[in-house]
Design a protein around this ligand. Structure first.
Ligand code: FAD
Ligand code: NAG
Ligand code: NAG
Ligand code: NAG
Ligand code: NAG
Length: 514
């Protein structure tokens, strides 16, 4: 935005606020329309926070940050923008755990969603239904708080992310995937209803049956159609403890065969997988699964094979099933072909298991390794090409370069529980793998690490592997069209319908060049 536009905007906003303030004073001095001006923050601290995210790669500076205390504040802000001859952009920001500026709004207004959370300290942000089948949850709420609140009733959501300090609105704008998705689908498949503030500033309740077009648009919709104010999340009886098993493989084809077998029989309650590389010392993982003796054994295997694959599976239990769970885990393991003896089991509470990444966060923070650049690449890889992907990416690129640090995740999930009417995009195969190349770098070297990502994407392109990016990041319209494939027209039509002036979540850069 150039300087003269700024001036016009400022004059317009002064005129608007004056108009509103007069109207408000006449009608009702405590009107929210009047309140919204006071809730815009321009101070360095607010601006700095909204100009950065977990990626530390993009830095877009907003004009101001809205600290809403009520959803009406957001409605008013969006309506105001729509009234301006040149509308300003608006981006909801949850925890800012995006890695490519998807939560930012250059010269626009960022809505600090966590400000709403402050208003709900009295517990009104998460309400469990009397039937116990669902909870109504504010879009600004963190999944850790949803877990905590629902557990008070012995209940919990069924589909998770690995890390729980993410907002409900933020993950539902993407998909929300983890090791439970093969059983229940992603988090977006476990939403019954939402209240959404559209790009026109309309407050709309939607579900599969009511205003369904908006409902399907918003789920996986990258923030393009509306701001999620409330979501009704499916609940089920929560277990109290889990058996958590890690098994090591050196042969990728046996590893993936076992993973696919386990999800097809729906044996475990959770299944993931990860890579261990020989250039990273085993003790750097500080894994509570491994004794020092185990670490030395694993090191020898790594010397021999270069890469090891870890299959991670979990079986939930509670008092009633406590005497059966060991047998059940044994039964599942009996059919598997991991390296003999290389199986490690822990018995922890359900909360400690779900909240496992928090421990890593605390450790990384204490080493100054949390607030660093994260050139992450998350991909959905069709099952038919996962062997090529292993050879071309894990072996030939990542292992050869010996540069990447950070978790490398690989596990299969099924498409059956994804609803194709939603905006979220997956490959066109019943089974696909979630691959997370979660590199952590420094402010000096992140470009080099990002080049590896480009190399990976180029390899997939050359090899004809039809991957889809998860938490996508593209810079050209052509790439977005390719990403959405047959969904592109619907996505565009929905944009024209719900956010015709294209003001929402500009940091996603979907409609940048349109
Ligand atoms: C350590 C870590 C682990 C992670 N693990 C997983 C994982 O296991 N599985 C997984 O699926 N993802 C995972 N993620 C990614 C996570 O889902 C995304 O970062 C997501 O964006 C949620 O973060 P957030 O709530 O901070 O949203 P933000 O980054 O603040 O926002 C994300 C997008 O959603 C929009 N948005 C935010 N709030 C709303 C709202 N209420 N309504 C509409 N749009 C909104 C924003 O404008 C932006 O475009 C992980 C991220 C981190 C940092
Ligand atoms: C909780 O706080 C919200 C927001 O301030 C308010 O609207 C609501 O009435 C409060 N609820 C209770 C039970 O105090
Ligand atoms: C869960 O809620 C309880 C009671 O409100 C609180 O004491 C506890 O700290 C919360 N735990 C987490 C992990 O937030
Ligand atoms: C792991 O360590 C435990 C205790 O030191 C030992 O009993 C077990 O055999 C070890 N397993 C492997 C594969 O090293
Ligand atoms: C709003 O965002 C779009 C990208 O979505 C961008 O093209 C446009 O220039 C932005 N508008 C303003 C006024 O900054």
């Amino acid at each position: 935005m150039d300087f003269s536009t700024y001036i016009v905007l400022i004059i317009l906003s002064i005129a608007y606020v004056n108009r509103v303030s007069i109207k408000a004073t006449m009608a009702d001095a405590s009107s929210n329309q009047f309140a919204v001006r006071a809730k815009l923050h321009y101070d360095l601290e607010a601006i700095a926070l909204a100009s950065t995210d977990y990626g530390h790669i993009i830095r877009d500076t907003p004009f101001a940050v809205l600290y809403p205390t009520h959803s009406d504040d957001i409605t008013e802000l969006i309506k105001f923008s729509n009234k301006c001859p040149l509308p300003f952009n608006v981006s909801a920001r949850g925890c800012g755990h995006s890695v490519r500026g998807q939560d930012m709004a250059q010269d626009g207004i960022v809505v600090n969603m966590l400000s709403l959370k402050e208003q709900h300290k009295n517990g009104t942000g998460i309400t469990v239904s009397t039937s116990g089948h669902y909870a109504d949850v504010g879009g600004e709420q963190l999944w850790i708080d949803v877990l905590n609140a629902t557990l008070q009733y012995g209940l919990a959501p069924v589909s998770w992310t690995d890390y729980l300090y993410l907002t409900v609105g933020g993950t539902l704008s993407n998909a929300g995937v983890s090791g439970q998705a093969f059983l229940y689908g992603p988090q977006i498949s476990n939403v019954l209803e939402m209240d959404v503030i559209t790009g026109k500033g309309h407050f709309v309740t939607c579900s599969k049956d009511l205003n369904s077009e908006l409902f399907f648009a918003v789920l996986g919709g990258l923030g393009q159609f509306g701001i999620i104010n409330r979501a009704r999340i499916v609940l089920a009886k929560a277990p109290t403890r889990v058996k958590w098993v890690k098994m090591l493989y050196h042969d990728f084809s046996i590893f993936t065969r076992d993973q696919e077998q386990l999800i097809s029989i729906k044996g475990p309650d959770y299944l993931e997988g990860y890579l261990m590389m020989d250039y990273i010392p085993v003790n750097e993982w500080r894994s509570p699964f491994f004794t020092p003796y185990n670490e030395s054994q694993i090191s020898s295997l790594l010397k021999k094979y270069g890469i090891l694959y870890g299959l991670e599976m979990v079986k939930y239990y509670d008092d009633e099933t406590a005497n059966l769970v060991d047998k059940e885990v044994q039964r599942l393991q009996d059919g598997l072909n991991y390296i003999p003896g290389f199986s490690f089991t822990r018995d922890v509470t359900y909360v400690d298991f779900l909240n496992r990444v928090r421990q890593e966060e605390i450790a990384l923070r204490s080493g100054g390794l949390w607030d660093v650049p994260h050139p992450w690449l998350n991909l959905f890889v069709p099952k038919s090409h996962i062997m090529d992907f292993n050879a071309g990416v894990f072996v030939d690129i990542l292992h050869s370069k010996k540069m990447s640090k950070g978790p490398l995740l690989v596990y299969p999930t099924t498409k059956t529980k994804w609803d194709d009417r939603m905006s979220a995009v997956t490959p066109d195969e019943d089974i696909f793998y979630l691959v997370g190349i979660l590199q952590a770098g420094s402010f000096d070297n992140w470009q080099e690490l990002d080049n590896i990502n480009n190399e990976i994407l180029e390899f997939c392109n050359r090899a004809g592997i039809n991957i889809k990016q998860y938490l996508p990041h593209y810079t050209s319209e052509e790439d977005w069209i390719k990403h959405f494939g047959s969904k592109w027209n619907t996505f565009r039509e929905r944009k024209a319908r719900f956010d015709p002036r294209m003001i929402l979540s500009p940091g996603q850069k979907v409609f940048d060049s349109v």
